[in-house]
Design a binder for this molecule. Structure first.
Ligand SMILES: [Zn+2]
Length: 90
């Protein structure tokens, strides 16, 4: 009877490993609607289209062009690397 609380945890797909995980385990990326730049959305509440990835999947995402695919547009790989590389330091 009733809902399983664990099942209610929001799940999102990682654009690196393509596995679903709890939203809280992933980092959100958005394209700023004003200046069209890629940015990290730590609070996961910025407006606009977003995608998610594990911090540990950064290298995969950079290599497989997952960001451009997620947003269905070509994004300068240098911009992707500049935004995502700081995540690898952790
Ligand atoms: Zn992943």
């Amino acid at each position: 009877m009733g809902l399983d609380c664990a099942a209610v945890t929001p799940q999102r797909l990682c654009i690196g490993c393509r596995r679903s995980d709890a939203k809280s385990a992933l980092v959100r990326l958005v394209i700023n609607p004003v200046d069209a730049t890629l940015q990290l959305d730590w609070a996961q509440r910025l407006p606009g289209r977003g995608c998610y990835l594990h911090p540990q999947c950064v290298s995969v995402v950079i290599r497989n062009h997952g960001v451009g695919r997620a947003f269905r547009r070509s994004i300068d790989p240098a911009q992707v690397a500049a935004v995502l590389n700081p995540l690898k330091a952790d």
